[in-house]
Write a protein that binds this ligand. Structure first.
Ligand code: ZN
Length: 204
């Protein structure tokens, strides 16, 4: 009985890994062959007009995204775990977590499919942001295939910053409500998660 259960879990894990591998391979191939089908989107650039509707998404993941924390990212393991817990409590699932990463998206922006890469700010970072998130999204299916979060060194340990950017990586747009997590203005924002539950899969 226990052996059977173990076998079942192992098969599920292997299948999940195979699916992620297949997802990464197919996304990389698709991006290389038909780059126009996948758009790179700066999440905070897209604004919604109807605030009363609640927070809005512009994409969703088809797989449980892996998390790649690059070697130079100003994010501690503890900080990341807290931020992931925030979203797990809302029903989101993540794949494998890699710390001190030097592979995929940390080295080359053209790679990193199938996961969320977290890094220190780069040349494309715009002031006065404290964090920025770009999603690569299939423009027909709204599926997110890759995400890149950049965070300023001095803000890496601050509360809510990584949680907010992870929200963008999961497809959520900025939401201008006082005390809400997806408020892009850190001073006006807070930890409120209303409307961000996984079941709210509404995509505009
Ligand atoms: Zn934002």
């Amino acid at each position: 009985m226990i052996l059977g259960l173990l076998k079942n879990i192992m098969t599920k894990t292997i299948l999940n890994k195979f699916y992620i591998f297949f997802f990464i391979t197919s996304c990389t191939a698709l991006a290389a062959v038909t780059e126009y089908k996948i758009n790179k989107i700066l999440q905070s650039a897209e604004k919604i007009n109807v605030i009363s509707k609640g927070p809005t998404k512009n994409g969703r993941w088809a797989v449980e995204p892996n998390i790649y924390v690059c070697k130079n990212a100003p994010i501690s393991q503890h900080r990341l775990e807290r931020a992931l817990d925030y979203w797990k409590k809302l029903g989101y699932k993540f794949g494998d977590v890699f710390y001190n990463d030097e592979s995929f998206g940390c080295i080359n922006e053209r790679l990193g499919y199938g996961g969320i890469t977290i890094d220190l700010i780069g040349q494309k970072f715009k002031e006065p942001n404290i964090g920025m998130t770009w999603n690569w999204r299939h423009n027909e299916t709204n599926e997110i295939v890759k995400s890149r979060i950049e965070i300023k060194n001095s803000w890496g340990g601050s509360p809510r910053v990584l949680e907010h950017e992870l929200g963008h990586a999961l497809g959520w747009l900025d939401f201008k409500k006082r005390n809400h997590l997806m408020n892009h203005n850190w001073i006006e924002g807070g930890s409120e998660s209303r409307g961000l539950e996984y079941k709210n899969e509404y995509i505009k």
